[in-house]
Design a binder for this molecule. Structure first.
Ligand code: SF4
Length: 184
């Protein structure tokens, strides 16, 4: 599982002390591809973690939430993710997020503001850290948008990402652009 280690940086030294009550694992609804669903289910089984029907299959697939709105994989006691080594692509990428701009044909990269994510503030001040993380985040998100169905990608792009600012943009493959906006 060397690739798992490579894809998953642990920022727990910052995230473990986060004082924001409704943190990034609250109302997160990270998109789950068919492939990621299988990987997470295998991980749960292998590690003897029982979560009853962990996924919601709606406009797009995402982890179920607790009554208070936290992701079912969020452990409130440890403040860690139960599936950390195999967690969804957008969770690995955070605090980097994305949008696809129909007019420019580009994928745009955003960073959360420090007021909603202390880790983003740490990254913003440490440009080398941000550059390293951005490369990892970019790889995760590009894989995600390639693997998602058109319906799922469209549904995700409708979600607002307030309190973020643009840090980069690049051309996106035509087939992803078509998938995002076909029949719209
Ligand atoms: S999968 Fe893990 S990191 Fe992602 S929202 Fe759920 S608890 Fe948080």
């Amino acid at each position: 599982m060397a690739n798992v280690k490579e894809r998953q940086k642990n920022f727990f030294d910052v995230c473990g002390h986060c004082k924001i009550r409704f943190n990034c694992c609250w109302d997160a609804k990270p998109p789950i591809t068919v492939n990621r669903e299988r990987i997470i289910e295998d991980y749960l089984k292998t590690h003897g973690i029982h979560v009853e029907e962990p996924f919601v299959h709606a406009e797009y697939t995402f982890p179920k939430e607790n009554a208070d709105g936290h992701c079912i994989f969020y452990d409130k006691n440890t403040r860690k993710c139960l599936v950390h080594p195999v967690k969804p692509e957008t969770c690995v990428a955070g605090p980097v997020t994305f949008d696809i701009n129909r007019q420019t044909g580009k994928i745009e990269w955003y960073l959360k503001m420090e007021k909603i994510c202390p880790l983003a503030g740490v990254m913003y001040r440490d440009k080398a850290l941000l550059a390293r993380h951005f490369e990892a985040a970019r790889k995760e998100i590009l894989r995600l948008v390639r693997e998602l169905s058109p319906e799922a990608l469209k549904a995700i792009l409708k979600r607002d990402e307030p309190d973020t600012f643009k840090i980069n943009e690049e051309e996106i493959e035509g087939k992803i652009l078509n998938k995002a906006y076909q029949n719209n």
